[in-house]
Design a protein around this ligand. Structure first.
Ligand code: NBP
Length: 479
C-alpha cells in the first residue's frame, strides 16, 4: 500500500481532481474507473502524476495506505451507490469514503448512516468550480465525522483554491451538511446569474447599447463592490462575436436556459423548511419559463405596454441598475444563508456561517469580494437573524433602494420581465413592513376553516363565529 489517497471515477471531474491531488507535495494517488480504458487513458496522458492504477476494487484497496481514503467522482445517484457498495466490500473500519459528486444531501444522510454501520467513515463533500476548479483548486464543502476530517482535512486543504492565503475548505458539519451547503451555493449561483441577466436586458433595452458596450459596463462594475467571477465572465460572454454570422454571440444563442436540478433542490428544500428564498426561486422559474417554447409562442401575441419606453439619462439608469443588482444580490445571499441556518437547525448541524462565506471566496462559481463582508457580518454578530440587517448591508441597501425601486418601476412600465429584481424588492419591503396583510389572510383562514388567530392586544387564540352571530370566542390553537 503506497497511495495516501485514491480517486474512483475518471471522467472529466475525477481525472482533473486526481491530477490536482498528484501535483501537491506528499500525495500519491491511486486511480480506479469502472471501465479500465479510462484509467489507461489518464495514465498515458499524465505520466508526470505518478498515478498508481488499479483494475479491480480489491487492487484499489490494496494500493491505499490505511486509513484508506478514496474520493468518488462518478455520476450522482445510482452510480454513487454502486461504487459505495463495492468499496464497502474491500475497505475496513476506520477507512474513509468521500463522495465528491453532486449528491442530494438527503441521499448523503442516508448513505452516511448505512456506511457508518460498517465502521467505515462516509463523507459527502460538495466540490464547486467545474472542471477548471477540480484541476487548479476548487472550493470544497465536506460533511462527515470529526474523525474523518483529521485525515481528510490536510488532503483537501492541499488541493483547494486559496483565497487571501486561506484554503477554500472547512469541515462544514456532520453527514449531509457539506452537500447541503453545496446545494445552497448552487441556488445562490442561479440567483446571481439571473440578476446579472436581468441587468443586461434592462440596460440593453433601455439604452440601446450593444452587447460589447455592455461588456465594458460589466468590466467596469467588476472593479467595484460587484467584483465577482460571474460579473467577469459575463463581460467576456457579451464581448464574444459569433464567427459564423459576425453577430454578438449572445444574439445567436437560443434563449432557453437549461438546468441540472440543484437550483430546484434548493427551492424544494426551502419550501419544506418554510424559508422564503424568493430570489432563488424566481431564478429557477425564469429558466423554466424560458424553456417553454410552445407557451411562449402562443403568448407572444398578448399585449404589452402601449407607450414606448425611453431612458432619459442612460448613465443614471445604468447606475440605478448597478445598485438594483447589488441590493438584489444581498437579498439572494441573505435568503441562502437563512436556508443554511434553517437546515442546520432541522438536521442538527453546527455550521459556522462566516466560514462558509470564506470558503466561497475562491474556486467556486459565486466567488466574490462581497463574501468578505458576509464573514465580517457574522463575526461581528454571530446571532445575526438576517444578513441583510447587518450594518454594512443595511447601509448598502439604504444607498441602493431608491435606485432599485426606479428600476423595478421602469421594468414594469416597459414590459420587461425582471422577476428576480422585483421579487427581491418585494421580499425587502415585506421583511421591513410594520404591518403585513397576513392579518387578513388569518381572518380568511378563520372564516372558512376556523383556523383561529392571535390578537395584537392580548394573549390567547381566538375564533370569530362567522356562521353564527359573529362574536369572538377563545379557541384552541389549531393554526
Ligand atoms: P459523470 O457525471 O459524467 O460520470 C461519469 C463517471 O461515472 C465515469 O467515470 C463512469 O464510469 C462512472 N460511473 C457511472 Br456513469 N456509473 C457507474 C457505476 N455504476 N459504477 C462505477 N462508475 C460509474 O462525470 P463528471 O462530469 O466527471 O462528474 C462527476 C461528478 O462530479 C458528478 O456527480 C457531477 O455531478 C459532479 N460535478 C460535476 C461538475 C462538472 O462541471 N462536470 C462540477 C461539479 C460537480 P465509466 O467510465 O466506466 O462509464
Amino acid at each position: 500500500a503506497q497511495a495516501n489517497i485514491g480517486v474512483v471515477g475518471l471522467a472529466v471531474m475525477g481525472s482533473n481532481l486526481a491530477r490536482n491531488l498528484a501535483s501537491r507535495d506528499g500525495n500519491t494517488v491511486a486511480i480506479f474507473n469502472r471501465s479500465y480504458e479510462k484509467t489507461r487513458g489518464v495514465l498515458d496522458a499524465h505520466p508526470e502524476a505518478g498515478f498508481l492504477p488499479a483494475e479491480t476494487y480489491r487492487e484499489f484497496a490494496d494500493t491505499l495506505a490505511k486509513p484508506r481514503t478514496a474520493i468518488i467522482m462518478v455520476k450522482a445517484g445510482a452510480g454513487t451507490d454502486a461504487v459505495i457498495d463495492e468499496l464497502v466490500k474491500v475497505f475496513e473500519p476506520g477507512d474513509i469514503i468521500v463522495d465528491g459528486g453532486n449528491a442530494l444531501f438527503t441521499d448523503t444522510i442516508r448513505r452516511e448512516k448505512a456506511v457508518r454501520e460498517t465502521g467505515i467513515n462516509f463523507v459527502g463533500a460538495g466540490i464547486s468550480g467545474g472542471e477548471e476548479g477540480a484541476l487548479n483548486g476548487p472550493s470544497i464543502m465536506p460533511g462527515g465525522s470529526d474523525e474523518s476530517w483529521v485525515t481528510l482535512g490536510p488532503i483537501l486543504k492541499s488541493i483547494a483554491a486559496v483565497a487571501e492565503g486561506e484554503p477554500c475548505v472547512t469541515h462544514v458539519g456532520h453527514d449531509g451538511a457539506g452537500h447541503f451547503v453545496k446545494m445552497i451555493h448552487n441556488g445562490i449561483e442561479y440567483a446571481d446569474m439571473q440578476l446579472i441577466a436581468e441587468a443586461y436586458d434592462l440596460i440593453r433595452r433601455g439604452t440601446g447599447k450593444s452587447p460589447a458596450e455592455i461588456a465594458d459596463i460589466f468590466a467596469e462594475w467588476n472593479r467595484g463592490e460587484l467584483e465577482s467571477y460571474l460579473i467577469e465572465i459575463t463581460a467576456e460572454v457579451l464581448r464574444q462575436v459569433d464567427a459564423a454570422t459576425g453577430e454578438p454571440l449572445v444574439d445567436v444563442i437560443l434563449d432557453q436556459a437549461g438546468a441540472k436540478g440543484t437550483g430546484a433542490w434548493t427551492v424544494q428544500t426551502a419550501l419544506d423548511l418554510g424559508i422564503p428564498v424568493s430570489g432563488i426561486a424566481e431564478a429557477v422559474f425564469a429558466r423554466s419559463l424560458s424553456s417553454k417554447p410552445a407557451q411562449r409562442a402562443a403568448a407572444a401575441t398578448l399585449p404589452g405596454p402601449s407607450a414606448a419606453w425611453t431612458v432619459d439619462d442612460p448613465d443614471a439608469f445604468v447606475e440605478d441598475v448597478r445598485r438594483a443588482l447589488y441590493a438584489s444580490k444581498i437579498v439572494a445571499y441573505s435568503q441562502g444563508f437563512d436556508e443554511i441556518v434553517a437546515g442546520a437547525a432541522e438536521y442538527g448541524w453546527s455550521i459556522q456561517k462566516g466560514e462558509i462565506a470564506k470558503i466561497w471566496r475562491g474556486g467556486c462559481i459565486i466567488r466574490a469580494q462581497f463574501l468578505n463582508r458576509i464573514t465580517e457580518a457574522y463575526a461581528d454578530d454571530p446571532s445575526l437573524v438576517a444578513l441583510l440587517t447587518a450594518p454594512y448591508f443595511r447601509d448598502a441597501l439604504a444607498a441602493s433602494q431608491e435606485s432599485w425601486r426606479r428600476v423595478v418601476v421602469a421594468a414594469a412600465q416597459a414590459g420587461i420581465p425582471s422577476p428576480a429584481f422585483s421579487s427581491s424588492l418585494a421580499y425587502y419591503d415585506g421583511l421591513r413592513a410594520d404591518r403585513l396583510p397576513a392579518a387578513l389572510v388569518q381572518g380568511q383562514r378563520d372564516f372558512f376553516g376556523a383556523h383561529t388567530y392571535k390578537r395584537v392586544d392580548r394573549d390567547g387564540t381566538f375564533h370569530t363565529q362567522w356562521s353564527g352571530d359573529r362574536t369572538e370566542i377563545e379557541a384552541q390553537d389549531t393554526h
